[in-house]
Design a protein. Structure first.
Length: 482
RNA sequence: GCUCCCUUAGCUCAGUCGGUUAGAGCGGCGGACUGUUAAUCCGUAGGUCCAAGGUUCAAGUCCUUGAGGGAGCGCCA
């Protein structure tokens, strides 16, 4: 007999038919009622056993976490709380679960404890919901881009370029660490390394994506990304997944439209397809809010928050306008900011971004046209703008409540001379990036793209608070367990 | 990398001003009940108070150092 998935049974409710289910015991009540979950849905199937028909030794092995198989007739439930239930005829214990040793329990356990037991945390309601939603969001992203004619490009994970300028990198080498080959001047000789040069794990697929975009028109990457920064926050990982679309002939405005459409699309996708899982996370969040002081509680529930983002236009304003708002803001005048907003030209601190998003506008904000001095070499240089004190670039950052920067992107500098000048100013080695510069020498065109931190998106949609809880096995400073 | 906080039973946490025998709920185990919804009721076992050192007549409680964890900041997605 073929196994049925609990998701299918609960959807189709094939009453009076014979079904076989397999799954893990979530609760065994009254020596009669097993709440069975097989991961196909957040909901459990009620498996009813007549304890007089089964031997006590078998019933004794039905513990929280045990894996069982049950065959029987699906009937309308005689109790309240569920529509259908399984009247069990055959029961088999597939895997025992000794409650004395099993770390998980049928009660609320802290995210920190579960993180230390990340190999088992999929089995909790919260984490199974998080990972089903994570899957749905990944699928929605592929669907969004596919439906719009984008080409999914796999950019390399090992790179010889250390000029990407996005932070510290992890070295990839097969050289002996104890006794590496040396050059005559005593430096490590990477000519003898596996690739014949020094290599690292990628910090971004953007530069390669640009190469693709300038032929395929519209491409996106979706792959792992590595940053060896010693970042200890709730929104940084050393290994994370990033989506990087890159589109020929797009300007900054097109770029913002694309990012905004994509975020709305995937959030709506989750609202439409993950209602059960979102309910679990919403209830969890509501409980958590109750423990906070009244003034720190969120006014919106999780789904309300998601709907709010999907139904409202993002606020778009320039860096210069943002500085004006911040300079005249109450917290700045009253000296409440740890970093007072003084002049034009310095980067915004996260307290400033949070003020704009969470207090001033109360919706997602896209900041554009940042000072050139604080942004990357490849961003397109703006023509001097009236009332703006210094040179700016066509950059855009999308800021979300609670998360901060979820997207960072720009229109790219497509003009060869401008790009080379900028690289020289910022000491980016031209020789190493000859292939990047070639796109500007041969048939260059305006184009734009951005990077979306996938885990930050999952963080927002699930309402979790620590990014380490939305990736299965997080990597961060001091931790590469599992 | 910087700042602050935490570490007590399997889990979540309480433990007053340093004071005598270390507390609860959940979970476990034993029993009762048998249409339950994290079932309920009765009983019961369970402790290197993170580690080392120090102060003190006396340390879970105070001090120092270390380990592990969390939050914030910086770096960014």
């Amino acid at each position: 007999m073929q196994r049925s998935k609990i998701a299918d049974i609960l959807r189709e409710e094939p009453v009076n038919s014979e079904v076989l289910v397999k799954g893990w015991v979530k609760a065994f009540r009254n020596n009669q009622f097993i709440a069975l979950n097989d991961g196909s849905t957040a909901s459990n199937l009620q498996v009813v056993v007549d304890f007089e028909r089964f031997d006590a030794a078998t019933l004794d092995r039905i513990k929280f976490g045990a894996c069982i198989s049950a065959t029987g007739t699906l009937v309308e439930s005689q109790g309240k709380g569920q529509k259908v239930e399984l009247k069990t005829e055959v029961l088999e214990i597939l895997g025992d679960c000794n409650p004395d040793e099993y770390p998980l329990q049928p009660k609320k356990q802290s995210p920190e404890f579960l993180r230390e037991n990340a190999h088992l945390r999929f089995r909790t309601n919260t984490f199974s919901a998080v990972f089903r939603i994570r899957h749905a969001l990944a699928y929605a992203i592929h669907k969004f881009f596919n439906d719009r004619g984008f080409c999914y490009l796999h950019t390399p994970i090992i790179t010889a370029s250390d000029a990407e300028g996005a932070g510290e990198m992890f070295r990839v080498t097969t050289l002996s660490m104890e006794n590496p080959p040396r050059t005559e001047s005593g430096e490590i000789n990477f000519k003898e390394d596996f690739f014949g040069k020094s290599t690292n794990l990628t910090v971004s697929g953007q530069l390669e994506a640009e190469l693709g975009a300038l032929a395929l028109g519209a491409v996106y990457t979706f792959g792992p990304t590595f940053r060896a920064e010693n970042s200890n926050t709730t929104r940084h990982l050393a290994e994370f997944w990033m989506i990087e679309p890159e589109v020929a002939f797009n300007d900054l405005r097109d770029n913002m439209d694309l990012a905004e459409d994509m975020l709305r699309y995937v959030i709506n996708y989750a609202l439409e397809h993950c209602a059960d899982d979102l309910k679990i996370l919403e209830d969890r969040l509501t409980e958590e809010e109750k423990t906070k002081p009244q003034d720190q509680r969120s006014e919106l529930s999780l789904t309300e928050k998601l709907k709010f983002v999907s139904e409202n236009e993002f606020i778009r304003l320039t860096y210069t306008e943002a500085i004006d708002i911040l300079r005249n803001s109450n917290p700045n005048k009253k000296g409440k900011f740890q970093f007072p907003v003084e002049g034009w030209g310095t980067d915004l601190q996260s307290e400033h971004e949070r003020y704009l998003v969470e207090k001033h506008f109360k919706k997602p904000v896209i900041l554009t046209n940042y000072p050139a001095a604080i942004k990357a070499f490849y961003m397109r240089q703006d023509e001097p703008l009236e009332g703006v004190p210094g040179p700016t670039v066509s950059a855009m950052d999308i800021l979300f409540p609670g998360i901060g920067e979820i997207v960072g992107g720009s229109q790219r500098e497509e003009r060869y001379d401008r790009l080379v000048n900028r690289m020289r100013e910022m000491h980016i080695p031209e020789e190493e990036l000859y292939w990047y510069l070639d796109t500007r020498r041969f048939g260059t065109c305006p184009h734009a793209g951005f990077g979306l931190g996938f885990e930050r998106l999952v963080l927002f949609v699930t309402g979790m608070t620590n990014i380490r809880d939305v990736i299965a096995f997080p990597r961060y400073p001091g931790s590469a367990e599992f």
